[in-house]
Design a protein around this ligand. Sequence first.
Ligand code: BJW
Ligand code: ZN
Length: 238
Amino acid sequence: MPELAEARQRLAEAQSVAVLTGAGISAESGIPTFRGAAGLWNHYRAEDLATPEAFARDPRLVWEWYNWRRETIAKAAPNPAHLALVKLERAKPSFTLITQNVDGLHNLAGSARVLKLHGDIWRMHCTDCGSNWPDRRVPLPKLPPHCACGGLARPGVVWFGEPLPRGMMNEAEHAVASSEVFLVIGTSATVYPAAGLVPFAKQNGAVVIEINLEPTPFSESVDFALEGPAGELLPQLL
Ligand code: BJW
Ligand code: ZN
């Protein structure tokens, strides 16, 4: 049986499914990925923009970058891959969508429950009083933005060296451990702890199906490594 057809059958038979998505699932919506040929990190240094140290050094610079990314994301719409995952959620008795993306496109597509491991670009967090709130203004009127308490606001995302939202990784691991099929879509699988979910799924007996334009560190060890755009392959898989 061809690889896609066999993967399709395994997915169809599964009652419990977990999914991990990365920047590649939103690439066809026009949102740049971080790594790879057209990745953001070819033009920007992660350590200058996506660390707490960078923000402490120059909050305005970091906010300019996030303001620009918010503009790009605001123009983007979910693509057939996001929509396919909404269908899958409705079709399976047990389903968990775990994303590393901060763009909110899974919610916009209609996914009911999304574990956002790296936060949400549409939320603000006060570095002073700790409160957090949604803010969808594009562009933001004043950089850097501030909280009602006067404190400096930061994007509600997870930077390198920061812990993931409390309890979320546990919830993700629990879902992965109890899944029959684990789909890994559009992630370079190089950022931890999220990437660790891939070997964790295998260790716990899940059939792992990867969809990516290119091989990842786990392509050799997963059950099916499907190469191609998620917006085309995922609808074919369902
Ligand atoms: C397509 C496609 C198409 C394209 N169809 N496919 C273990 C070992 C070594 C290091 C560590 C470790 N554990 C932790 C670390 C440190 C660090 C880390 O992982 N470093 C590595 C780089 C080595 N991790 C952390 O710091 C994490 N925190 C942590 O561990 O905390 C511990 C702690 C505990 C207690 C107290 C304090 C600390 C946090 C990581 C946060 C990552 N943040 C970012 C920025 C988020 C905000 C923002 O968006 O601005 O998250 S970095 C960036 O990478 C972003 C992404 O979510 C993340 C992953 O990227 P992703 O999604 O995989 O995208 P790409 O671009 O890498 O790949 C795209 C893929 O799509 C490619 O493969 C393409 O081929 C493919 N593709 N088009 C299908 N159409
Ligand atoms: Zn505040």
